[in-house]
Design a protein around this ligand. Structure first.
Ligand code: SAH
Length: 232
């Protein structure tokens, strides 16, 4: 069964966007991934199909209405749908490689993209939405965040990456950042490729890569090593 993603958005023209090319584009073409969009405005209110209103209690900006969003979600994902329902949100659980892997192993996802100040809090609980953040910064909408999430998921789906091994040794898969890479020419601007990589000794290459991965992780992301130690 193909991974089935349904994206609820005010800007469906942003999809598939960059997912239409390269690995993800081919996966979409082959049908390994089904990506559909739903226009939230189709469920808007009144002649102008309003989807938002002013924040209760005052303040700047607009808030997406709970009733409009709930109808859009219900139309895209009936109660029997087992796919997780995600809301892209800077308040959400951080998107990690572990969560990406979990999603890729499942049937798909229903992804709601916020805009403006965000969404009415009541629909988050009312429709059991899991908030997911792609990082500690604020985007103008959830669409680019959804594209990031989908890109990360799609490349893990069976058959999408030619060399499946490369998916298992790269950054985060073992709680480490990846070791450095080199390719020809053997010398460039006076810099040589480390000798061990030309030694033909696979064991030595493996040990060197592991040590480099640990060194780089220690230098740049000690938090990853701490999380590893704690069994996370
Ligand atoms: N007022 C909100 C920000 C709204 S940004 C706050 O301070 O938390 C508008 C929309 O962009 C959000 O509803 C969300 O869907 C999306 N978005 C912004 N930053 C994001 C992030 N880091 N990760 C995921 N989605 C994000």
């Amino acid at each position: 069964m193909a991974f089935h993603a349904t994206v609820l958005t005010l800007y469906p023209e942003m999809f598939p966007g960059p997912l239409g090319i390269s690995l993800a584009g081919r996966a979409l073409e082959r049908g390994d991934v089904r990506l559909e969009t739903r226009q939230i405005r189709d469920f808007g209110r009144g002649r102008h199909r309003a989807v938002d209103d002013t924040p209760s209690g005052g303040g700047a900006g607009m808030v997406l209405r709970a009733d409009v969003l709930a109808e859009a979600i219900d139309a895209a994902s009936p109660a029997a749908d087992t796919r997780p329902r995600l809301l892209m949100s800077p308040r959400g659980r951080p998107l990690t490689q572990g969560f990406v892997r979990q999603l890729a192993a499942g049937p798909g996802a229903v992804i709601l993209c916020g805009r403006f100040e965000g969404v009415d809090e009541r629909v988050i609980e009312g429709r059991n939405l899991t908030e997911v953040s792609i990082g500690d910064y604020v985007l103008s909408g959830g669409e680019i965040a959804a594209l990031v999430l989908l890109d990360a998921v799609i490349r893990l789906l069976p058959g999408v990456m030619g060399n499946t091994l490369s998916g298992e040794t790269e950054s985060f898969e073992e709680g480490l950042l990846e070791h450095p890479h080199y390719t020809r020419p053997a010398e460039w601007e006076g810099q040589r490729i480390p000798d061990v990589l030309a030694s033909g000794d696979h064991g030595a290459v493996e040990r060197w890569r592991r040590a480099e991965a640990e060194r780089i992780t220690r230098e740049r992301r000690p938090d990853l090593l701490a999380a590893k130690g704690s069994g996370d």
